[in-house]
Design a protein around this ligand. Sequence first.
Ligand code: TXA
Ligand code: MG
Length: 329
Amino acid sequence: ITEVLAIDDEHSLDKALEALRLGELVAIPTETVYGLAADANQPQAVSKIFAAKGRPADHPLIVHVDSVEKVGRWAAYVPECVAKLADAFWPGPLTLILPKAEHVSTVVTGGHNTVGIRVPNQAGVLKLLNRLDSGLAAPSANPYKRISPTTAEQVMYGMDGKIAAVLDGGPCEVGLESTILDISTQEPRILRAGPVTKSQIEAVLGCEVSVPQSHNVAVPGNVKAHYQPSKPVQLLCGEVLASTLAEVSPSAQNDIAVLYYSQQLQTALEGNEAVTMKLSANKAHYAQNLYYALHQLDQADVTQIWVELPPNDETWLDVHDRLSRSAAK
Ligand code: TXA
Ligand code: MG
């Protein structure tokens, strides 16, 4: 059985620490999404993560640490820009890819010679990391290809019985996975769009950062079809969504779930039989609730999920990235 433990309780933290030291898996809250954690210094424990998720072994994991000073324990060397980036964005939703230190297990890095490192912005987890005095290897706590969990309940939905415990820290504040920045070579590259944007990074680094086509990155794990509800997702701009739905007979409309944010669509949906959910037009609020909403609609009595295309703006790039992967075949 999987125990649900409150993260702000000392006794719970002790229990989680004990389980991690014994090589068991514990789901942890972070500000982005919940992670499925094992002690990064115990390859046998880390390999259980792949089994619990059904994740291919060549997909690398992120090592979570409690401060920038720990980067040198996991990376072969620490370039100057790490201090600047850490100052600006840590603790927070930015993962740095660096050449791995020799002792770091290839189970953690999926066989790569680089390692992803991040300091999450979650007080209880930072305390846990500090006491563990190791790193926590953790991918998002969802079964492979499914939606990342942003509540402890959602972790249980996918992982109940497969892991020792879930530390419950309430709903995640950011709600979307971290930006991944590869600084293992001369030219910094964003491998996954996230809450920290390209322009924010460029402002700190004082140089241009490339963004490869989002589904085109040669890193196993960064796959096109990902973040998927069990029901098919369609992305439609508000106008097309409204007119297409209007052509569906009222009796068939209630088979469709609609996730939207615009006032125009709200008006257009009045009197419609579809199951609807509204997200905020404010990007931060939208992102915070997106996975929760998709998860809820996936549970609803519908056969498909239609999502209104969000605004075309740099700050919404991570939302577009995740939604297009949700809809990918
Ligand atoms: O916000 C997040 O990043 C969350 C929380 C739990 O920290 N974690 C997360 O992990 O989203 P995961 O495993 O679901 O996605 C991390 C992705 C991998 O799929 C992979 O594409 C990339 O990070 N990654 C990790 N290590 C890498 C490496 N050494 N080289 C290239 N990409 C790497
Ligand atoms: Mg993931």
